[in-house]
Design a protein around this ligand. Structure first.
Ligand code: TMP
Length: 220
């Protein structure tokens, strides 16, 4: 099915901190624009004024894993209703830097928080008639998740000496081992995941991303 037949296209980028995913957004956006699509670029936590305020709290204030989960899902609620849903309804490509897989990986696998509770919050936030045409009663999920997979030790070395680390970036490498395992587990179960080997030079990573999009017939 070509993109023009679909109700928009929802693409997310995921991976542990330091995996380099965000540095490929420009090229992905350019590839879709060159193919004639409108593109909305956004991120989580964030994407709306309230979401960006919640992002600052989540990245800076001490809190437990339930509070963290409630805040990222509160930000997501606003984001899907105000930004993602309307963009998909117009047939746009939505490029979103992280989404709910990050909650299962960071709060679930990383913090060890109850994934049953996360699934309930996901249902509350991502089910709704206005979120995507034709999705009545179903969960809004990405169509494609580009998962930038990088060994946690390599990511830690990349992050060392970078800007002042936030509450997640300052976690020990063991935390990122659990987060990485959380992503791997989700990727095994969902065909929407496309694994990108992020332990390669930048151009090689970009080529993998663009060829994955072409292989899935999303760009020429
Ligand atoms: P970023 O640095 O890739 O923008 O992501 C912000 C941080 O927030 C990152 O360390 C992962 C974390 N995060 C969660 O813990 N749970 C979530 O649901 C999301 C979206 C991000």
């Amino acid at each position: 099915m070509s993109l023009s037949d679909m109700k928009g296209l929802f693409i997310t980028l995921e991976g542990i901190d330091g995996a380099g995913k965000s540095s490929h957004l420009d090229e992905i956006e350019a590839a879709f624009r060159a193919a004639g699509h409108r593109v909305i670029r956004t991120r989580e936590p964030g994407g709306t004024p309230l979401g960006e305020s919640l992002r600052t709290l989540v990245l800076e204030q001490p809190m437990d894993a339930l509070t963290e989960s409630l805040l990222v899902f509160a930000a997501r609620r606003e984001h899907v209703r105000q930004v993602i849903g309307p963009a998909l309804a117009q047939g746009d490509v939505v490029l979103c830097d992280r989404f709910t897989d990050a909650t299962f990986a960071y709060q679930g696998a990383g913090r060890g928080f109850d994934v049953g509770v996360l699934s309930i919050l996901e249902q509350w936030v991502q089910v709704g008639p206005a979120l995507r045409p034709g999705l009545a009663g179903e969960l809004l999920q990405p169509d494609l998740t580009l998962w930038f997979d990088l060994p946690p030790e390599v990511a830690a070395a990349r992050l060392a000496g970078a800007r002042l680390p936030d509450r997640f970036e300052s976690q020990p490498v063991d935390f990122f081992r659990r987060v990485a395992a959380g992503y791997a587990e989700r990727a095994r179960r969902a065909p929407r995941f496309e694994r990108i080997d992020a332990d390669r030079p930048r151009e090689a990573v970009r080529d993998q991303v663009l060829s994955a999009l072409a292989r899935r017939k999303l760009i020429p």
